[in-house]
Design a protein around this ligand. Sequence first.
Ligand SMILES: Nc1ncnc2c1ncn2[C@@H]1O[C@H](COP(=O)(O)OP(=O)(O)OP(=O)(O)O)[C@@H](O)[C@H]1O
Ligand SMILES: [Mg+2]
Length: 223
Amino acid sequence: MPVISLVSSKGGVGKTTSAVVLAGEFAAAGRKVVLVDADPNRPLEAWARLRALPETMRVVTDDSAETIIDTIEDARAGADFVIVDLEGTATDRIGFAVARSDLVLIPLQSSVLDAAEAAKSVKLVRQMWKVANREIPYRAFYTRVPPAIRERTARDIERQFSDAEIPTLPATLIDRAAYRALFSLGGTLHELESADVSGLNGARENARNFAQTVINTLRGGAA
Ligand SMILES: Nc1ncnc2c1ncn2[C@@H]1O[C@H](COP(=O)(O)OP(=O)(O)OP(=O)(O)O)[C@@H](O)[C@H]1O
Ligand SMILES: [Mg+2]
């Protein structure tokens, strides 16, 4: 079953948030999801303590280069989706996780082209192609997109990246209080209630569209 890794050479761009959002959508669709917390800061472990997780979701912690491949493969055997959250600095562990992935997602937190930042992560992924002896699919995508520029179409963003020859996900995650609330209240967008946070419906719609795009990309394979 597919393994999706969240990778970026830059910290704080939204890897952990995107991992939880994706996992929440897959679980809401009744799929078994394992979130692998491979960040030594253990953000997912902390998040999972806040609220009971959906029945079909679990969090596994492993921040060791020695065991991360086995942890990912064990998770794959028992789940419909495995989502690996990694920290921002380059380590062997990140390389190993990438080498075992079916799709690497590279979040970028910018409304303008940040091809240089994405290029570093792309370089890492492409290096791992040689290790894994296959073309590991990867996509960059924008997170925390201000709602005011939502009308900027995925096509515009894709065009920007095509110059830099970086394949992009035709979906973005917008900046929403509901995404921040996941880490103060715990759970997924489906456990939050409208009284908890504003704009919940918009976030849910955005998350559903994002997850569907990821599924379509997994089905489509390499760029
Ligand atoms: N779509 C979003 N809308 C609103 N806030 C967001 C969104 N994505 C991320 N954030 C916020 O941005 C901050 C960084 O996000 P997050 O922890 O997901 O990044 P990260 O890439 O995992 O960071 P690190 O490199 O430290 O692991 C958090 O405060 C989070 O709540
Ligand atoms: Mg993180």
